[in-house]
Design a protein around this ligand. Structure first.
Ligand SMILES: C[S@@+](CC[C@H](N)C(=O)[O-])C[C@H]1O[C@@H](n2cnc3c(N)ncnc32)[C@H](O)[C@@H]1O
Length: 198
């Protein structure tokens, strides 16, 4: 087995063990694939420098962002699960991995020196937004938009057939939403949505 196959298998196993413990919070049985990672990153603003990732999991999107050239000092990865946060820290020792709740994003940014006046261009979310109650969706989206610069983007994927955030939440926060790419080869297939402030 090649080293990358071995690493992918180990990551799938790490993810699956966490899914067994908490299927609702994990929201998927396997990590996202490379096609979906590519489609998520395609929605970053062309000049994106500073990025927050929510729900880093085993780090599929983290790895893709670092490979694309986002500087580790300009990336903050928030992951609620203790074991996965530790996994992310070991896998990306140069990145800023924070164990915490996406709802607390402004406070986490402050506590981790990520509110130093450089605006956040995009939030890349791997959270299982579709399975969350509306109130939690709204808290998370409000926290993200409190950190994003004007025109900044919130990029979210979903396995469902429609926008993964409730219409009431989109309206309450005065957001626009558009559909991005569809990753057919992902397991399960997933589509990407981009939210911006009106
Ligand atoms: C569907 S997995 C996605 C993981 C990874 N981004 C991927 O695409 O493979 C969702 C991740 O969000 C994390 N998570 C769930 N609720 C969270 C919250 N409120 N704040 C931060 N992370 C959360 C879970 O622990 C899990 O790692």
């Amino acid at each position: 087995m090649s080293q990358s196959a071995d690493t992918a298998a180990a990551q799938a196993w790490t993810f699956f063990r966490q899914w067994l413990k908490n299927p609702i919070k994990m929201a998927s049985i396997t990590p996202s694939g490379q096609q979906l990672a590519g489609m998520m990153l395609a929605e970053l603003p062309a000049d994106a420098r500073r990025v927050v990732e929510l729900g880093g999991g085993t780090g599929v999107f983290t790895a893709a962002m670092l490979a694309r050239g986002i500087a580790p000092s300009d990336l903050m990865v928030v992951e609620l699960n203790a074991e996965l946060s530790e996994h992310l820290r070991r896998r990306f020792p140069q990145a800023r991995v924070v164990q915490g709740d996406a709802r607390e994003l402004p406070a986490l940014a402050k506590a981790n020196g990520f509110d130093d006046g450089v605006a956040v261009d995009a939030v890349i979310s791997g959270l299982g937004m579709l399975s969350m109650p509306k109130a939690l969706q709204q808290q998370i989206m409000a926290a993200a938009f409190a950190c994003l610069r004007p025109g900044g983007r919130f990029v979210q994927f979903t396995y469902g057939p429609k926008v993964p955030v409730a219409r009431e939440v989109v309206e309450a926060l005065a957001l626009d939403v558009r559909k991005g790419g569809m990753a057919w080869r992902n397991l399960p297939p997933a589509s990407v949505y981009v939210f911006t402030r009106r």
